[in-house]
Design a protein around this ligand. Structure first.
Ligand code: ZN
Length: 290
């Protein structure tokens, strides 16, 4: 039974083409910069993690196994994570949501447990109840983005401390942005930067994706995608390549601009057949869930 204050909604939102390409969400604060680029084989994901410079360095991704799934994710020393992918090509990324007032119950539960717990999921139908099963009331607000390879869909789950909502996005390129500094301006500037970048040759390639996530336009600082502030900065870049029978995660310690070309690489085989039996047999109804 769901907690009374946790009410689920499925929202069939209409999104403009510009917002599909570069959504900045009307001023809603999120942390990090996340890019998604689908292709004929699978997809690319790039994620800059922007954090306090005082935060302890995270550990590189390792291959692990749970409930019959191969898993890839970097991890905080505490074990939590912000991005992960499993061997069905199911990927989750979590971004904080600071625009929503945070008043979780005590004791707090780290949002780092969300992706780590749910990364063994296989379909969007499993996710909503699985998220509801988490101790949400003890977590600050967050947005969880699920990339569903065989469903060819992107689901965004939002926990605002009152309700959990879900919005389905098209299977097409999209970016999510954030900053703790003048975030509406930051998001709009980064969205504009992305729109401009999509007009360049090789747009959508892996090299293009890395160049985008290393971008210092208009200047190294709070507005740039590769973010640099006194108190916070881009602390890592995670790249996921799903397709051609493999799931590859590349992890770069520090921002892409730091002069290092070293990536930690981990790879697992892609097993789409694991997910086939869980695919919906008919279209899902979108409506309010009670
Ligand atoms: Zn930089």
């Amino acid at each position: 039974m769901r907690p009374a204050a946790v009410r689920g909604k499925l929202l069939a939102g209409k999104i403009s083409r510009a917002d599909r390409m570069c959504s900045y969400d009307g001023g809603r604060e999120v942390m990090c910069t996340l890019s998604f680029i689908p292709n004929s084989q699978g997809f690319y994901i790039g994620m800059n993690r922007d954090e306090s410079v005082r935060r302890v360095t995270a550990n590189s991704p390792e291959v692990s196994y749970r409930d019959g799934h191969g898993l890839l994710y970097p991890a905080e020393p505490s074990g939590g994570t912000w991005i992960g992918v499993n061997d069905t090509g199911f990927c989750l990324a979590l971004i904080n949501w600071h625009a929503v007032s945070s008043h979780p119950e005590r004791p707090l539960v780290s949002r780092g447990t969300v992706v780590k717990t749910l990364i063994i999921s296989q379909s969007s139908d499993q996710l909503f109840p699985a998220i509801e099963g988490l101790p949400l009331r003890r977590m600050p607000p967050f947005r969880l983005i699920a990339f569903l390879l065989l469903e060819r869909a992107v689901d965004e789950f939002r926990w605002n401390q009152i309700e959990l909502s879900q919005q389905r996005h098209e299977w097409e390129a999209r970016h999510w942005f954030s900053s703790g500094f003048d975030e509406p301006a930051v998001q709009q500037r980064r969205a504009k930067l992305c729109r401009t970048a999509w007009d360049r040759p090789q747009a959508g390639s892996l090299n293009w994706l890395r160049q985008l996530h290393a971008s210092h336009s208009p200047a190294p600082g709070p507005f740039s995608i590769c973010m640099h502030r006194k108190d916070a900065a881009t602390v890592s870049y995670t790249e996921i390549v799903v397709g051609s029978g493999t799931v590859l995660m590349k992890y770069h310690h520090g921002p892409l601009c730091n002069g290092s070309t070293d990536f930690v690489e981990r790879i697992i085989s892609l097993h789409k057949e694991k997910m086939d039996c869980t695919r919906p047999q008919s279209g899902r109804k979108l409506g309010v869930r009670h």
